[in-house]
Design a protein around this ligand. Structure first.
Ligand SMILES: Nc1nc2c(c(=O)[nH]1)N[C@H]1C(S)=C(S)[C@@H](COP(=O)(O)OP(=O)(O)OC[C@H]3O[C@@H](n4cnc5c(N)ncnc54)[C@H](O)[C@@H]3O)O[C@H]1N2
Ligand code: MOO
Length: 399
């Protein structure tokens, strides 16, 4: 059986870097990734300006407290006449500093009497002045290819006047379930049937990614139909996800279909849940086949497929986020596979305690819904209350 960390490294190593480029208006680009490095067109700040509402002063000695107010400059105004020694300009935050300014004084540190300005104390040279290029110069690399266009990145690019951005194309991802036992939620439940939970789970996971989603529906246990559906999806999509039909059963048609139309690597992973996992290619599409037990789908999506999607999307740090927690439980039964158990977090001091959620079976979705994290229990290890363990946050906002 293959170790999880080795398997994840192998999976990621085999994936190509993201390619292609499309131009998108700034307002549409949030959540996408840059296709190319973007450089600064202008110095930042673009011009010397005031950091305070108050007065720009020209004080050659650095000791003066009395000035003659000669002008008024608001944000948006153009260049003004230079200040001479002993002169001041009424100025507002963001307004261009007149040449000759030696400092800006906040208005609350002054007294004004007609055109005379009195400072409570002499100003420190350079205070409250934002100087052209002090943050970075025109031509500097602002953001590199692959950067996620999050609010900070969008603000930075907008501040440089970039109206159109070069972004990586979105991945197209198709999702299938497989199994004659599956019916759609909303349909009438009859003997032996169950509702398709995995496809909706995967669609919901994908909603957290900036990808185009194609819902392939439920595939019956039929070799020809499964082959045709995968072949069609491989022509339309970059990635195909399926759940079920990966282990050793005779009705495991998805696996057989991929063997026929593409290539497949079937793994037995030393993880619980999620032991049978397969991946491969159909045409140019990357295929990930998740085990059918719903919690095995949950764990393998989060621990393997999500990093792979991040890598394919252009993320150069695709590994799952981990935090250190202390065990709020003990476990004496030794499991040879690495376990990813569902747990809730509780804050204690400056750290977190992880308490296991009731119902750790690989078909028990209620524990996934209650969990804040997957807590990792290394292979063949007991856990003693208070042990430090790694945990993988599940909730949106943590990842
Ligand atoms: N003889 C063996 N049997 C099994 C092994 C094994 O090593 N030898 N592995 C077990 C493990 S571990 C897992 S996990 C499952 C994985 O099986 P498959 O990927 O082939 O999945 P299925 O057999 O199709 O289904 C398993 C289970 O999950 C339910 N399921 C499937 N799809 C859905 C869905 N979309 N929504 C809700 N539930 C679903 C299905 O009804 C089964 O109960 O194999 C074990 N067996
Ligand atoms: O992958 Mo299975 O869920 O270990 O039962």
């Amino acid at each position: 059986m293959l170790d999880y960390h080795a398997a994840l490294a192998t999976l990621l190593d085999g994936l190509p870097t993201a390619k292609g480029c499309e131009s998108l208006a700034l307002a549409q680009a949030a959540g996408r990734r840059l296709a190319r490095d973007v450089v600064a067109c202008f110095d930042a700040p673009q011009f010397d300006n005031s950091a305070m509402d108050g007065y720009a002063i020209c004080d050659a000695t650095g000791k003066a407290t009395r000035f003659h107010v000669v002008s008024r400059i608001a944000a948006g105004d153009g260049a003004q006449a230079a200040l001479k020694d002993g002169e001041a300009a009424r100025i507002f935050t963001g307004a261009p500093l007149p040449a000759g300014t030696t400092a800006v004084v906040a208005q609350e540190d002054t007294t004004r009497d007609a055109d005379t300005l009195l400072l409570n104390q002499p100003a420190r040279a350079g205070q409250h002045m934002r100087l052209q290029g002090e943050e970075y110069a025109a031509g500097a690399t602002l953001l590199t290819a692959g950067t996620l266009l999050d609010p900070a990145a969008i603000a930075l690019l907008a501040s440089q006047g970039h109206a159109v951005l070069p972004v990586l194309p979105r991945l197209k991802v198709a999702v299938f379930s497989s199994g004659n036992e599956l019916i759609e939620p909303g349909e009438e439940l009859t003997a032996g049937k169950i509702f398709d939970a995995n496809r909706y789970q995967l669609l919901a996971w994908l909603a957290r990614f900036d990808v185009e989603i194609i819902d392939g529906g439920i595939l019956p246990d039929d070799a020809a139909i499964t082959r045709a559906a995968l072949a069609r999806a491989s022509e339309q999509c970059d990635v195909i996800l399926s759940s079920g039909g990966v282990s050793v059963g005779e009705e495991d048609h998805v696996r057989a279909a991929l063997e026929t139309i593409g290539s497949i690597t079937a793994w037995k992973l030393a993880i619980k849940p999620g032991k049978p996992f397969a991946w491969g290619h159909a045409g140019a599409a990357h295929v990930f086949m998740l085990p059918g037990n719903p919690v095995a789908t949950f764990v393998t999506f989060h621990q393997l497929v999500a990093p792979a999607l991040r890598r394919l999307s252009g993320d150069d740090q695709p590994m799952p986020v981990t935090i250190k927690v202390r065990a709020g439980f003990s476990k004496s039964r030794i499991e040879p596979r690495r376990e990813f158990q569902r747990a809730r977090l509780r804050q204690e001091g400056d750290g977190y305690i992880a308490d296991l959620v009731k119902g750790q079976g690989s078909a028990m979705l209620s524990a996934c819904a209650a969990a804040d994290v997957l807590v990792e229990i290394p292979p063949s290890s007991a856990v003693v209350m208070g042990d430090t363990l790694l945990a993988y946050p599940l909730k949106k906002g943590w990842v």
